[in-house]
Design a protein around this ligand. Sequence first.
Ligand code: AMP
Length: 396
Amino acid sequence: MAKLELSDIDVAGKRVIVRVDFNVPIQEGKITDETRITAALPTLLDLIHRNAKIILITHLGRPTVGSAADRETLSTEPIAIALNRKLGRRVAHVNDCIGEDVHNAVESLENGEILLLENVRFYAEETDNDPEFAKQLASLADVYVNDAFGTAHRAHASTEGITQYITTCAVGLLMAREIHYLSMTLESPERPYVAILGGAKISDKITLIENLIGKVDSLLIGGGMAYTFLSAMDVSIGNSLVETEKLDVAVNLIKKKDFTESVLLPADHIVGESFDPETESQVIDNVSVPNGWQGLDIGPKTVAAFSERIASAKTVVWNGPLGVYEFEKFAKGTIEVAKQIAASDAVSIIGGGDCVAAIQQAGVADRITHISTGGGASLEFLEGKPLPGITALTDK
Ligand code: AMP
């Protein structure tokens, strides 16, 4: 059965649970990045305008169940305050997510009002996907909307279990947007389709690489993960990052026809003497990294080669930085590539916290078609894995 969209359901006067991903960074009670709250606003505004009684569920951090300190530092209360400021209307907060107090708070909601429940991960039953707990959450509402793409790859009580106990379940506007763009790359990408992968390790991205090499026209690999492939090709990599336990996998991958036809690895490097922001650095105009040095960024020749592919692409997907972009000396490759993606006419889809940060650092976020709110979830989606939080909405 097809998933219900938000616009398919009648919400006026109904109690609507929205599972949001408000897993925001909080330091000393202050939210340091509100992106995830802002991303949920379209769904919330739609429900407010259509007179729903809105109940928000989120997780926040990874609390130790029963820890009094975590109950304080990982409470969702500051989020209610931030949401109140953003929406210009009262957002009530309740100190639990199940039980009598919560039911009473829900009962007192007027149409168009919002109630934010306490951190759902204060209960181990959430991540255990406990049916009884899911049933208690479900008892609060008539309708369930999932807008938490960031946790869609987890089968938890508030993302999966709950859908068994509420008849009307729908996809939120943010979730629908994520599904739209990511499905497009899997099913019907406009070509040339270029994927760019970076980050520290290949171990997290092997399935993704296997899935992408048959589908993309070009796969551009940079970052620490490139050195395991270069090492598998018997290229000297000096002290660069290498996953020796994954060399076998890399050796098998590089032999595949799809790999040789589509993958572009770094042809030059910016190297450092040590993993340090102030370390001595130099450009190495060669694929080999000299002894005593480590590759910490892609070099100018590689940037030019990657840029050429990006410029002619119609679809670009990017996950993982191409160097240690946190250190100024080794940020250039990642920032240049971010700018090239922004300058291209391609549909561009960016996932993962580091790439999102790099895009913001480059000042080009407004020229990216879609910035995914779920790093892990977008990776699993692109690997072709079904995400439980999404399939639960379909399989009803
Ligand atoms: P990941 O979580 O696997 O996407 O890795 C992201 C991290 O990879 C970032 O913190 C980068 O600093 C790091 N990284 C990128 N390129 C390199 C490199 N050449 N050597 C070491 N670390 C790198």
